[in-house]
Design a protein around this ligand. Sequence first.
Ligand code: AMP
Ligand code: FE
Ligand code: FE
Ligand code: ZN
Length: 292
Amino acid sequence: MRIDLHTHSTASDGTLTPSEVVRAAVAAGLDVLALTDHDSADGWEEAATAARDARLTLIRGMEISSKLDGAGVHLLAYLPDPTLPALAAELTRILDGRSSRLPAMIAQLRRAGLDLTAEEVKAGAVDAAALGRPHVADVLVAKGIVADRAAAFREWLGWGRPGYVARYAPSTYTMIELVVAAGGAPVIAHPWGRGSRRVLDGPTLASLAEIGLVGVEVDHQDHEPGERETLRQMAAELGLVVTGSSDFHGEGKVDHELGCNTTAPDQLERLLTAAAQNASRSGRAVPEVVRP
Ligand code: AMP
Ligand code: FE
Ligand code: FE
Ligand code: ZN
């Protein structure tokens, strides 16, 4: 049983459409896939249709931007009802905040001497729920200014670089509460990846667990083997589910191939049980898991 619980499509910043991600998952020998586009459920229905055809188990999810002590923290939400008004309002605010900073980013990059326009960014990302840095990066790659997205972030788009513009994200505490209220199961994505290590220590994870955090993504390419073992130990002490995933973005992220990290079946069962409990408490009409 091969389970990958964190992937992106063209509904956010992946380079494959939702149905292409599903077919690639089958080709990669996966049995269970979660589609977790940034701050959006737009890819869910296309992926569900493709998963039924391909006889793949599909879990509808998303990866939500949040902020803790000034650091960005990504929260994976499995099976939330995205129409819960308070959650829908926050997702809209995040997506609007991402798209609305595009003109400022373009202006700063142009001032730094690069030749690109917002129209070029839009043209390359017609299915995306919001236009973000990865889409700007793709234009820089297409123009031969940088070799890949990673280089674009390193040289132009990351914090402190000429194109950097901050954007809105709600507090991680607020977002965990909203996901729980929407009947979903919240899991911290790559807790010790870029930036967020500083703010996600043991006591903080404990306080997040207290308000409803269900799990942590331990097996992720951003984590070294030693970090994974420490995190696994902390998760065990806090009773948190441990997940492992690729964070696949198609061509958008190298060394993140489907199934490069996986989640153990017993951990997925715990995750789905937690989601079912939150769903029955919330009374929301939560999305079903697509099963073959
Ligand atoms: P934005 O949402 O516009 O702030 O852009 C952040 C997104 O860019 C993240 O969610 C990642 O998926 C992607 N990203 C961040 N850093 C990198 C990187 N070094 N290489 C490729 N993609 C990245
Ligand atoms: Fe991304
Ligand atoms: Fe992330
Ligand atoms: Zn991701």
